[in-house]
Design a protein around this ligand. Structure first.
Ligand SMILES: [Zn+2]
Length: 240
């Protein structure tokens, strides 16, 4: 189906919210690349700060953890080390992301929703991911590679979806790869409190997936799901 590009503000975000989609892509033999704009060293590493570690130690810790999670999922990972809390939007960072689009030529892009009143880094990452996509599409944009096509963009599920204007309009069946998602989550002991939370969420999204799929598909009670929201219209020749 082509490559998958995941733009993640912090080291753990891609695991909680999109590990199923990543594992599905790589299990099909598709390339998946995770672009982590930061390590989440200041905003999403509270346990390591409480343990008295230094900033550099925490960045290295999160790099090792996220790399292990990506490996479990069969994905490539690249860190831009742009600094979090706050993640600042700069033309240089947008350009670096645009160059990754040109190199990966993704068929599908996953990133954060553009609203999150609890975490300003997430919308900042989303805005830059969207801006870079548009730049990479321009024939005259000064970066190596061919102009990008129009890969669909899906927002992955934020931690508090209702406050982020997140309305699931895609429920992805991740049952065959859920074990890999759980293993990837367990690569992130710095955020161990999230493991059960996101296992429970996958179970609830699985229940909704079965309900929306209808009885004819006969999906099992053990179905696990991930929710996504499309940014751009679906393009199709038939309504289904
Ligand atoms: Zn985050």
């Amino acid at each position: 189906m082509g490559s998958l590009l995941v733009v993640s503000a912090h080291a753990g975000d891609f695991v909680w919210r999109a590990a199923g989609a990543i594992a599905l892509a790589t299990s099909r033999g598709d390339r998946a690349k995770v672009l982590c704009l930061t390590y989440g060293e200041r905003g999403e590493s509270a346990k390591a700060w409480r343990e008295g570690r230094t900033l550099e130690e925490i960045k290295e810790l999160r790099r090792v953890e996220a790399s292990a999670a990506a490996e479990v999922l069969g994905a490539e990972i690249e860190f831009l080390d742009a600094g979090d809390y706050p993640l600042l939007e700069t033309p240089e960072l947008v350009d670096r992301i645009a160059r990754v689009y040109r190199e990966v030529e993704p068929a599908v892009v996953l990133t954060h929703p553009t609203e999150d009143p609890y975490n300003q880094d997430h919308p900042a990452a989303a805005r830059m991911a969207l801006h870079a996509r548009v730049l990479a599409q321009a024939a005259g944009y000064d970066a190596p590679g061919e102009p990008l096509g129009a890969p669909p963009v899906f927002f992955f599920e934020p931690h508090q979806p209702e406050q982020c204007g997140f309305r699931p309009d895609v429920l992805l069946d991740i049952t065959p790869v859920f074990d890999a998602k759980r293993k990837a989550m367990e690569c992130l002991p710095a955020q161990q409190h999230m493991w059960e939370y996101y296992t429970d969420l996958a179970r609830r999204r699985g229940v909704q997936l079965r309900r929306n799929a209808g009885p004819n598909l006969g999906l099992p009670h053990t179905t696990m799901g991930e929710a996504y929201m499309r940014l751009y219209p679906q393009v199709t020749g038939t309504l289904s």
